[in-house]
Ligand binder design. Structure first.
Ligand code: SF4
Length: 211
C-alpha cells in the first residue's frame, strides 16, 4: 500500500479508535430517517428528537400514516423541520408501498426513494447493512482535500471515487467515521487545531485555502 495512505489511516485510527455513526438508531429505518433529518443540522440535535419520533412512529407503516403536522411538532427544534416532516412521511409511504415496509439494502433501490441521494444511501449501506461504502459529507470532503487525498476542485463524486480507490475496501466504513471525527474535533473548517495535528507536514490548507 502507499506509505502516505498507510500513515493517514494509522494516525486517524490512533486518534479515533472508537469512531462510529453519531446518529442514534436501532435499525435501517431509524437510520434512514435520522440521516434525512440531519441535513443542515447537527447529529446531536437529531438525536434529541428521534427518541420521541420513533416511539410514536416506530416503522415505515406507522410513519407512512402519520399526520405531517404531528411529525412537525415533534421535530420542530431542527432546521427545515416543515420540509423534513413532509419528506419523512412521503419516504415512508414509498418504503411501505414498494418495499413492503423494509428499507432496501441495494444501492439503486435506496437511491430510488424520494429524497435519498448517494451520500444518504452510502451511510445506510455502511451503517445499517455493513456494506462497504464511502459517504462524502462536508467533513470528509474537507479532510480529503487537506490531506491531499483529493484535489480542491474535485466534486463529491470525484472525492468518493478517489477515496475508494486509495483506501482498502475493508476500511471504507471505518475511515469514513474517523475522517468525520477528525473534521469535527480537530480539523475544523475555520479554526483547525493544527498544533495537535499529525498531518501538518502533508497538509494542503496553507497552499489552497485563503487565511
Ligand atoms: S494541519 Fe490543520 S488544517 Fe491541516 S489537516 Fe491538520 S488540523 Fe487540518
Amino acid at each position: 500500500m502507499n506509505p502516505k495512505i498507510d500513515f493517514i489511516i494509522n494516525e486517524l485510527i490512533k486518534l479515533y479508535p472508537d469512531a462510529h455513526c453519531s446518529l442514534n438508531h436501532r435499525n435501517a429505518f431509524e437510520l434512514l430517517i435520522a440521516v434525512v433529518l440531519s441535513a443542515q443540522t447537527t447529529d446531536e440535535r437529531v438525536n434529541q428528537v428521534t427518541p420521541t419520533l420513533f416511539a410514536r412512529y416506530p416503522d415505515a407503516l406507522a410513519m407512512s400514516l402519520a399526520n405531517v403536522d404531528e411529525v412537525a411538532k415533534i421535530i420542530h427544534s431542527i432546521g427545515l423541520y416543515r420540509n423534513k416532516s413532509r419528506n419523512v412521511v412521503i419516504l415512508s409511504k414509498d418504503i411501505q408501498e414498494r418495499f413492503k415496509g423494509e428499507v432496501p439494502s441495494k444501492r439503486h433501490e435506496l437511491m430510488s426513494l424520494p429524497g435519498v441521494g448517494k451520500k444518504t444511501a452510502n451511510v445506510v449501506l455502511a451503517d445499517a447493512f455493513n456494506i462497504p461504502a464511502m459517504a462524502v459529507d462536508t467533513h470528509v470532503s474537507r479532510i480529503a482535500k487537506r490531506l491531499g487525498l483529493a484535489k480542491y476542485d474535485d466534486d463529491v463524486l470525484n472525492i468518493e471515487a478517489k477515496l475508494c480507490r486509495k483506501i482498502p475496501r475493508h476500511l471504507w466504513i471505518r475511515m469514513h467515521h474517523t475522517m468525520i471525527y477528525f473534521g469535527r474535533y480537530m480539523c475544523h473548517s475555520l479554526n483547525p487545531n493544527c498544533n495537535e495535528c499529525p498531518f501538518k507536514h502533508l497538509c494542503k490548507r496553507q497552499k489552497y485555502e485563503k487565511k
